[in-house]
Design a protein around this ligand. Sequence first.
Ligand code: NAD
Ligand code: UDP
Length: 312
Amino acid sequence: MNILISGGAGFVGSHLCDRYLAEGNRVLAVDNFITGQKDNIEHLVGRTDFRFIEHDVSTPLFLDEKIDRILHFASPASPVDYLLLPIQTLKVGSLGTHNMLGLARAKGARFLLASTSEVYGDPEIHPQREDYWGNVNPIGVRGVYDEAKRFAEAMVMAYHRHHGMETRIVRIFNTYGDRMRLDDGRVLPNFMGQALRGDPLTIYGDGKQTRSFCHVSDLVDGIVRLMESDTPFPVNIGNPSEITILQFAEEILELSGSKSKLDFKPLPQDDPKIRQPDITRARQILGWEPKVSRRDGLARTLEHFRKRLACV
Ligand code: NAD
Ligand code: UDP
């Protein structure tokens, strides 16, 4: 198949490129590098089954070739990134999704949207099931990301219902692994970078807020299964193993053998207090569940960051 991946030079997008190429498909990655990195796809450049187009998908994209699948992953994803890029985040979630859906419709391609656990906001239901409508502050600082993704989901469902298009929506929970930017501001690269440098680990708030971390290899497997399934409704993909941010810091200190101290900082506005995916739907419809334990995944990721820091 011919697979188009917007955001293909990003953390998750580049792993998707690898996976689809490994399965014998042709991949076209589209990215404007606003938060992605050339390094993530450097190993693919020159392959005859891989092509890259530098383009902002918030503006229309016209292509001559046949496209069978579009995965729309373009969007700043880290809170630090989307707070710095509020308008671009709103545009890629709305205009970008519209453009990618329009392209999919013109090509008769199946479309998959990268949505997020952030559609649940600061949740009042725990763990979060797909039928929960969420608790989002539309005018808060995180609203630029959360509402863009909620709008994107609504747009995808409208194209499915109105145009009869084949569409999929994945709600991704916190995912980690190789190729995250060390400076993207998310908790894992922050803690690992700080631990490896011997700097204090920055805990926001009292550290009692929870997250559930999924290794990128498990996420990619869930996405590929979802794309080939027949459900147009959102599916949570994440690892239900929940942990407080304080425990997470302690795990990283232990794994890295670092003597770094903890430094408590103010909690950012609207930071969700709890987060854990209910993955019953993914288990039932996709036969999917995560395989990589947090300990193994963190150890692998730490080695990647260690090598990267040794090179700078
Ligand atoms: P990332 O920042 O590494 O990747 C996003 C990519 O999109 C980058 O390469 C960036 O340059 C590109 N991009 C952004 N705006 C663009 C535009 N207008 N035109 C073209 N390219 C553009 O982030 P990521 O973690 O890989 O996230 C990928 C997708 O998955 C995002 O849509 C994000 O919302 C979603 N997601 C990720 C997570 C996670 O934990 N990683 C969780 C929930 C949802
Ligand atoms: N966090 C933290 N220290 C950091 C970065 C993040 O304590 O250096 C916290 C943040 O406040 C949030 C959690 O870790 O409660 C996860 O943050 P992240 O930015 O990774 O993503 P989120 O899940 O909030 O989108």
